[in-house]
Design a protein around this ligand. Structure first.
Ligand code: DHB
Ligand code: FE
Length: 288
């Protein structure tokens, strides 16, 4: 049987991808950001999964106002890095896991969550920047990501967006789906986006350290209560793009304690401001 062994949470700022791709990681502005992920790069080598289920949001790259799926699962064999306006990032193609992805689609839809099935999708910074942060720079041709990745896109860009509660419940359905897959696979679930940030309007540049810190505390210790936070609170306190944080509740809902198991072990916690317009938050939780 397949199992979720750990969850990883991280911001996905596009400028981090640019800093990596342009060799700027040792510049004084970026050095503290990448230093916060040194532990994580070693941790991923020591806890190499067979598959990563990566919850992210598309930023009007693969989808647009023409079509807005709330939850979309990538079932393809591969996903190319997207061109977001200045050429595709020089990183390897993402190899999917069609068998597990199709099984999760079947199981989660039968648990009454309506998923859009995506057989062709280019993946933007929402997915490739978290991979770069945890895996380090990879040669786009000779290199490869450490394992297959199932992209799971959530609409947090165009209202109406899903509630934190629905995301938390969905995470629980995903855990049940993974555990009903016959093959023995070590699966990690990653929740990405956030933390507080607002990219537009009079409040552009908003950062709320107190909110972010309380969010991290509650995500670890009491996610069921955190799931009840209404979306308007995210927008008010964490900025219009702070709503990306509901995706972290999908990953958290898939952890064992939510289904009556032991509380997870906090392997790593990191927070840094600023990086571009965003507060960088990062957590690694292991199932005990
Ligand atoms: C930034 C952050 C994001 O999450 C994003 O999707 C785009 C830009 C930023 O901080 O610049
Ligand atoms: Fe974003």
């Amino acid at each position: 049987m397949a199992r979720i062994t750990a969850s990883v949470y991280t911001s996905h700022i596009p400028a981090i991808g640019a800093a990596l791709d342009l060799g700027k990681t040792h510049e004084p502005y970026w050095q503290p950001v990448f230093q916060g992920y040194e532990f994580s790069r070693q941790w991923l080598k020591d806890h190499r999964p067979d598959v990563i289920f990566l919850v992210f949001n598309d930023h009007a790259t693969a989808f647009s106002l023409d079509m807005i799926p709330t939850f979309a699962i990538g079932t393809a064999a591969e996903f190319k890095p997207a061109d977001e306006g200045w050429g595709a990032r020089p990183v390897p193609t993402v190899i999917g896991h069609p068998e597990l992805a199709s099984h999760i689609a079947q199981s989660v839809i039968q648990q009454d969550f309506d998923l859009t099935i995506v057989n062709k999708m280019d993946v933007d910074h929402g997915l490739t920047v978290p991979l770069s942060l945890l895996c380090g720079a990879q040669d786009p041709v000779k290199g490869a990501w450490p394992c297959p990745v199932i992209p799971f896109a959530v609409n947090v860009v165009q209202y109406p967006v899903p509630s934190g509660q629905r995301c938390f419940n969905l995470g629980q359905a995903i855990r049940r789906a993974v555990e009903s897959f016959d093959e023995d696979l070590n699966v990690q679930i990653w929740g990405t986006g956030g933390m507080s940030h607002q990219l537009q309007g009079p409040r552009a540049g908003l950062i709320n350290k107190a909110f972010d810190s309380a969010f991290l505390d509650q995500l670890i210790a009491d996610p069921a209560t955190l799931a009840k936070k209404p979306h308007i609170d995210y927008v008010r306190e964490a900025g219009s793009e702070g709503i990306e944080l509901v995706m972290w509740l999908i990953a958290r809902g898939a952890m064992a304690d939510v289904a009556g198991g032991k509380p997870p072990h906090v392997a790593h916690r990191f927070y840094h401001v600023p990086a571009s317009n965003t507060a960088v938050g990062h957590l690694i939780l292991e199932n005990s």
